[in-house]
Design a binder for this molecule. Structure first.
Ligand code: DAH
Length: 340
């Protein structure tokens, strides 16, 4: 019994306490209910009466000794913690984290919206998941049109009535259904197509749709607005050209090119040596579409256009691979930190 007391005393003296964790270990080993010292205290009553007094005294002294030692260690550990905190210079500048940059797609999308807002267009947005009506039927797509095919459109597995919008033209329908003319809106958004991913096409991209519906709207009104846009976006010297085209929801329809910014119209691989690059589709809203949205086509008419954001960002920033926009490589993105 007495040697046990000696042992514990020695362990107490040798126990190193330099951190709050070690302090807790000390407490568990010497002061907790399950500690050897506690066991000894509970054995006092079993010692023969003639030895009990002396043994009891020794064990109790050891207990006080352990408690005193614990208090000393505790004070010391607390003091070092306080000292360490006071050594921290709270006035020193904090670690500099690199600030993020606005994604080039957002930069271009914001700029497009800003230009049209300046001439009175309001911004409208809507759901990415649509049904056939908003993406195809209301927009005068024939029942057997290939865009309705699974090869081109992503359908929702759980409900094949639903699909991911293939263009932002769906927002024309949503707007016309809700608002009576005059209508003057632009609709930015993400679109989805079941396409093979290459340097020039992706299954996700962004468009901005424009719609103007009023009375006596002419094709030349549209042309002038689009020319204004092209000059604001790409510089005052920018030239445009309109080529006849076909879209189910516009009649007549056109595609608009701007003079290639990469080679200034001289011809390069981006413009396929034509000197021109297509940036949008446009046309006069087909009377069937107005009717589908309960707008009287004998009273109102209008124009619509849809532009591809990635294509414009590629031209503006001279980027040759569309995949870069979706890979989120910081080395690519940080190059836009100072672009506004
Ligand atoms: N929705 C067409 C597309 O995704 C683009 C477009 C063409 C939009 C002509 C229009 C338009 O509003 O009038 O290719």
């Amino acid at each position: 019994m007495n040697t046990k007391v000696e042992d514990i005393k020695q362990q107490l003296d040798e126990f190193l306490v330099e951190s709050s964790q070690q302090l807790e270990e000390f407490r568990l080993q010497f002061l907790s209910k399950k500690s050897d010292l506690q066991q000894l205290l509970s054995q006092i009553k079993n010692v023969t009466p003639e030895l009990r007094k002396e043994f009891g005294q020794r064990v109790n002294e050891l207990k006080y000794y352990a408690q005193e030692l614990f208090d000393k260690h505790k004070n010391r550990v607390e003091e070092t913690v306080i000292q360490r905190i006071s050594e921290i210079d709270i006035t020193s500048p904090s670690t500099l984290y690199k600030s993020g940059a606005i994604h080039p797609v957002s930069l271009v999308m914001n700029e497009v919206c800003e230009i049209f807002e300046r001439i009175g267009f309001a911004i409208v947005s809507g759901p990415d998941i649509e049904d056939d009506w908003y993406v195809f039927s209301a927009l005068n797509f024939a029942k057997e049109h290939p865009a309705r095919d699974m090869q081109d459109t992503f359908f929702v597995n759980a409900n094949p009535e639903l699909l991911l919008r293939t263009h932002t033209s769906s927002l024309q329908v949503r707007t016309m259904e809700k608002c009576p003319p005059p209508i003057r809106v632009i609709c930015p958004g993400r679109v989805y197509r079941n396409e093979t991913i290459t340097a020039r096409s992706h299954c996700i991209f962004h468009q901005v749709e424009g719609l103007y519906v009023a009375q006596n709207v002419s094709f030349s009104d549209m042309k002038q607005v689009l020319l204004f846009f092209a000059k604001e976006m790409f510089g005052q010297e920018t030239k445009i050209r309109l080529r006849p085209s076909y879209f189910p929801f516009t009649e007549p329809s056109a595609e608009m090119d701007i003079e290639c910014k990469i080679c200034s119209g001289k011809g390069c691989n981006v413009c396929k040596y034509s000197g021109w690059v297509e940036i949008l589709g446009c046309g006069m809203v087909d009377p069937n579409v107005l009717e589908n949205c309960s707008i009287n086509p004998s009273k109102y008419n209008g124009y619509a256009f849809g532009l591809g954001i990635e294509r414009m960002a590629m031209l503006k920033f001279k980027i040759s691979d569309i995949r870069l926009f979706f890979e989120n490589d910081v080395r690519f993105l940080e190059q836009f930190a100072n672009v506004r």
